[in-house]
Write a protein that binds this ligand. Sequence first.
Ligand code: NAD
Ligand code: ZN
Length: 353
Amino acid sequence: MVPRVVFGRGSFNQLNEIISPKRLNVHAPFIFLVDDVFKGKSWLTSRIPLSYNDNIIYISAKEEPKTSQVDVLVEQIILNSKESPSGIIGIGGGTVLDLAKAVSIMLNNEGETSDYQGWDLVKNPAVYHVGIPTISGTGAEVSRTTVLTGPEKKLGINSDFTPFDQVILDSELTKKVPKDQWFYTGMDCFIHCVESLNGTYLNAFSQSYGEKAFELCKELFLKNTISHTEAQEKLMMASWHGGMSIVYSQVGVAHAMSYGLSYLLGTKHGIGNCIVFDHLEEYYPEDVKLFKEMKQKHNIQLPTGLCANLDDEDFDVMINIAIGLEPLWENAIGKNWKKTITREKLKALYQKM
Ligand code: NAD
Ligand code: ZN
């Protein structure tokens, strides 16, 4: 679990106070990985406390993180600083938060990032790392993984060294998120809850977090009862609880299939999950109904025809990725999932998207 959390509107201003005691010496900088959507936005960047050789690296979130990108960033940081950094601070959405986690691990572990995709392969503790989300939903701020696309697979580095040492939850940072993106990333949280709560891996720990996040999502996406500020704060907490829920259970059908879309077509996580979930009545009937209501209420048009021009080989690539995520299927369907989740079944579903 994340050992230290600060929550509150404006708490970003405490960043200096929080990280200063963690400075190892004047030659060991803090490196800020910042979503490039904030480049030139002084309301945020002027509040990043830079001293000595501290440095900001702007990161594009157009594409999801890759293992090769982590390798390049680590190399760049090592070449540019006299000593290993005092800390890595990620400021952005799931993309930047995952990069910050991965970079901090790879600064202290040998070899290539792709060597560590999997479960509990990391040997040495990561460099001190801080997560500051600027969009809510993925739960990346609280999770024990960093999802990366590698040469062979899209798979996380799941380890006890992955979670942030410190998270700052300042909902004010989410105020400029575009509406569609707010919906897609918010729905990632909703889908985490659905998949966790309806999964065979569920336990009381996950359930208590999942139920809370699920209630918050329904309040946020189906009702009009709260102010903007309150909604930003509550979505931040929904993301946190949804993330906590899957840490101790697993995701399900939507995530498995969305990973296939992402691997072949580069479809991003939030929107990809929405595209898939829209067709999953068979697996999550009540929740897909709720999802469709939410979509309508917020006037969201999901892209269609994604798979219209794909050939059999393309479908095979997506199906291989999806079907290879065995724990997700076992969670969603049960031990005998192979009886019903066939390649033909997945192809038929993909063809609807
Ligand atoms: P993102 O980080 O990809 O960002 C989406 C878009 O929103 C980008 O264009 C970004 O620039 C923009 N944005 C972010 N904050 C903004 C702000 N305050 N104002 C304006 N624009 C802003 O989105 P995401 O949905 O948070 O993250 C998706 C990534 O998270 C995927 O790579 C996925 O694999 C990963 N993920 C990780 C976990 C985990 O547990 N580690 C869980 C779920 C998803
Ligand atoms: Zn997700």
